[in-house]
Design a protein around this ligand. Structure first.
Ligand code: FES
Length: 257
């Protein structure tokens, strides 16, 4: 019987964590060999879409390691990483994947020993969670999460967070950080519904009632999402089923234009 080993993808900032990993190697620090490393110029460059893509591709855990707060070579990159990984973590939770499978931490170029400790601890945590394939439909869940993370609205919100909670909006109104987070989380849930409706329509032309039944959602909420998707050209009307209009995804045929 083959024993399972966690497969972990590590995004390491070039200036700190990657150099820390290098030092760990030179110093012969012992740590589990479960991490495959991708070097990035800054932790702030790691997009939540990449995190979800890694899970869709079969990673059991993802670690994003950057410079300590205040040490980012691009000043605010690790601040951005915090916001982005908070969003990725919330999306994981939303689609039913343990957010503990995602780690954001800081390791400096001088912290070879710490690099080993952080990796050892994270591999242990993922090992305790078990393989991601143990989560039913893990790959599909991650794919839905990827769609959520790619949402223009969410990306705009995350990108504006610091400005809105520190400097304020165009009217000088500074938003409360907790209230902002609540708005962001709510939008993640809305986007999740949108992705589920899209996934359902990917199976073929459907009425609002059929989708509502399949997803166990109120027809009114499904209709609201369909209207929004129609406005954005993602969904078209696709004929009738008795008295009920059918809807289809754009580009999948069957559109009535
Ligand atoms: S340069 Fe290392 S986190 Fe930005």
């Amino acid at each position: 019987m083959t024993s399972w080993e966690p497969r972990i993808l590590g995004f390491l900032c070039n200036w700190c964590a990657y150099a820390g990993a290098d030092l760990a190697g030179v110093s012969r620090v012992q740590y589990p060999p479960n991490v495959r490393v991708i070097r990035v110029m800054c932790s702030g460059r790691v997009d939540p879409v990449l995190v979800l893509e890694a899970f869709r591709g079969g990673a059991d855990g993802v670690a994003v390691l950057g410079c300590h707060p205040g040490d980012c070579h691009y000043l605010t990159g690790n601040y951005q990483a915090e916001r982005k990984m908070a969003m990725a973590s919330r999306i994981l939770e939303e689609v039913g994947i343990e957010p503990e499978r995602l780690l954001l931490d800081w390791v400096s170029a001088a912290e070879g020993q710490r690099f080993g400790e952080v990796i050892t601890c994270f591999v242990g945590r993922v090992r305790a969670l078990g393989p991601l394939s143990g989560v039913p439909g893990a790959s599909e869940r991650a794919a839905v999460g990827e769609g959520i993370a790619a949402s223009d609205r969410l990306r705009w919100l995350v990108g504006k967070e610091r400005e809105l909670v520190e400097a304020g909006n165009a009217y000088g109104e500074v938003l409360d950080a907790d209230a902002f987070r609540e708005v962001l989380w709510r939008n993640i849930s809305v986007e999740h519904f949108r992705q589920r409706v899209r996934a359902e329509l990917g199976k073929g032309p459907m009425t609002v009632g059929t989708i509502a039944g399949a997803l166990d959602m109120p027809p009114r909420d499904v209709l609201r999402i369909i209207v929004d998707l129609e406005d954005r050209g993602i969904v078209h009307s696709g004929g009738m089923d008795g008295d009920s209009p059918l809807y289809v995804l754009a580009g999948t045929g069957g559109e009535c234009r």
